[in-house]
Write a protein that binds this ligand. Structure first.
Ligand SMILES: Cc1cc2nc3c(=O)[nH]c(=O)nc-3n(C[C@H](O)[C@H](O)[C@H](O)COP(=O)(O)OP(=O)(O)OC[C@H]3O[C@@H](n4cnc5c(N)ncnc54)[C@H](O)[C@@H]3O)c2cc1C
Length: 448
């Protein structure tokens, strides 16, 4: 056993003890978060997991990386690249942790090949609600927890150690941005490129219903020159409309969306040239913006400004997965009912096991993820969650599924039907018999 694993075992025992010795509801104490769901600040014991953030091993030949549950993807990528590999699916924001992305749902432009983050995971070591530590794999006695952990959001246990698959990298990435004006042609091209599997990365940016770009990227050994979107000068999402092709280093490509949080940095004025200089290269990035947004949510600055301007704002921060056949229909709905632009698009290839993930069941077919994150403002007041509820209805109508990291409004029966309620009840009884964690419905819908 290497020293890192020994140290991990000691930390693990301490957390297990803390879990067993205390009583009452528990929550995580960690430094960063990418959750956009304001919750009641109920009194709960906090389990300090900040030390659980080491990368334990990288085995490029076996195609496997092992790390502690709170290791950030930034640390993981830094550990993997010198070995010529990257985690098979790397969510776009540097502070997302592997444990968080498995407990929530993570996706990126390699998902057409590898599926969602959890589908490239081989083992999850879970600290359960009653203090047990269980190593779960897809075929051992804890396979029910392995397949039930994704989308459990810390309500069945905490991932303390995760082993995930890696994929080989080359030094540079060559990306081509293909323009489209028609949604049916756009999604037909998505399907075609997923089927031929030539691109290492596939995603897209929809600036308007008739301004769509499909970005196809491949690893290459050499580049004529590389672009830099990590500083104050250039912004990646804007380059998509300006350039037909581009080259980035592998690392810059992996983090291409982090510097401007896709495009959401505009909400903290970081795209204003002067303010951008004041931020400076070091502070541009999702780590800074999420702190500002959290502060804003606490003090209510945006809400106060909206009140002064006489407008009503609804935060619409959602990622939804829609079967590709219905993708053009969903886009038309977004244009008609929501009107947030740009929208991020990312295909998720058909996977044999798609239906087995009990709390996030999908079918064995090609899906398209739509990510849209902004505030919808109207002059007239609407019922709370007006747009978010309409999105839930449309996703259901089109046989899709919605991530739960932000607001949800489903009635309890519908929620149970969509997110594996029966399997969840059995998992809860087996792995959280003392009720240390809230239920998924309490956490994600009632925000307790
Ligand atoms: C604006 C925005 C954009 C996003 N964009 C993307 C995207 O492009 N791609 C993508 O893949 N994902 C995206 N996400 C979703 C993100 O991957 C999930 O919210 C993920 O759960 C965040 O992980 P985290 O490590 O930051 O965890 P946190 O935000 O700290 O926690 C998220 C939830 O997971 C639980 N949790 C955290 N760590 C663990 C653990 N080790 N074991 C068990 N439960 C745990 C927490 O209790 C909490 O309920 C986005 C989220 C937001 C808010």
């Amino acid at each position: 056993m290497n020293a890192a694993l020994d140290a991990h075992a000691l930390k693990r025992e301490a957390l297990s003890r803390a879990m067993r010795e205390g009583a009452g509801p528990i929550g995580l104490a960690k430094e960063t978060s990418n959750l956009f769901r304001d919750r009641e600040q109920a009194a709960r014991r906090r389990l300090d997991v900040r030390a659980m953030s080491e990368v334990l091993s990288v085995d490029a030949r076996a195609g496997r990386v092992e790390c502690e549950g709170m290791a950030t993807y930034e640390a993981l990528v830094d550990a993997c690249l010198p070995h010529g590999v990257m985690p098979a699916v790397v969510p776009q924001l540097k502070t997302i942790t592997l444990g968080g992305a498995v407990a929530g749902i993570g996706i990126e432009a390699t998902s057409h090949r590898h599926g969602l983050v959890h589908e490239a995971v081989e083992e999850i070591e879970v600290l359960t609600g009653d203090g047990r530590i269980l190593a779960c794999t897809r075929d051992n006695e804890y396979a029910d927890l392995f397949f039930g952990f994704p989308n459990s959001y810390g309500t069945l246990g905490y991932a303390l150690r995760v082993a995930a698959r890696t994929a080989p990298v080359k030094p540079f990435v060559h990306v081509r941005h293909l323009p489209f004006t028609d949604a049916n042609a756009f999604f037909a091209a998505v399907g075609g490129h997923c089927a031929d599997d030539e691109a290492d990365f596939i995603d897209g940016t929809i600036f308007a219903p008739d301004r769509m770009y499909l970005s196809l990227a491949r690893f290459v050994d050499e580049a004529p020159a590389t672009s830099d979107y990590t500083g104050v000068e250039a912004i990646y999402y804007r380059s998509i409309e300006q350039k037909r092709e581009d080259w980035l280093t592998a690392k810059d490509y992996i983090w291409r969306w982090d510097t401007d949080w896709f495009w959401c940095s505009k909400n903290v004025y970081a795209q204003n040239p002067l303010v951008r200089r004041l931020y400076g290269r070091e502070r541009l990035g999702s780590r800074t913006y999420s702190k500002i947004m959290r502060w804003n949510s606490r003090v209510g600055l945006t809400r106060a400004i909206d009140r002064m301007r006489g407008v009503h704002g609804e935060s619409v921060i959602q990622d939804v997965d829609i079967p590709v056949e219905h993708a053009a229909g969903f886009l038309a709905f977004l244009a008609r009912e929501v009107g947030i632009w740009p929208v991020w698009m990312c295909p998720i290839g058909p996977r044999e096991d798609a239906a087995r993930w009990s709390l996030y069941p999908m079918e064995r077919r090609l899906y398209v993820n739509f990510g849209f994150w902004d505030v919808v403002r109207t002059r007239e007041a609407r019922e709370p969650g007006h747009c978010n509820r309409a999105i839930e209805r449309e996703v259901a109508r089109l046989a899709g599924i919605k991530s739960l990291y932000s607001e949800s409004f489903y009635p309890r029966e519908e929620f149970d039907a969509r997110y594996g309620g029966e399997a969840y009840a059995a998992l809860k009884a087996r792995y959280d018999p003392r009720g240390s964690f809230p239920t998924l419905y309490e956490k994600c819908v009632l925000r307790r």
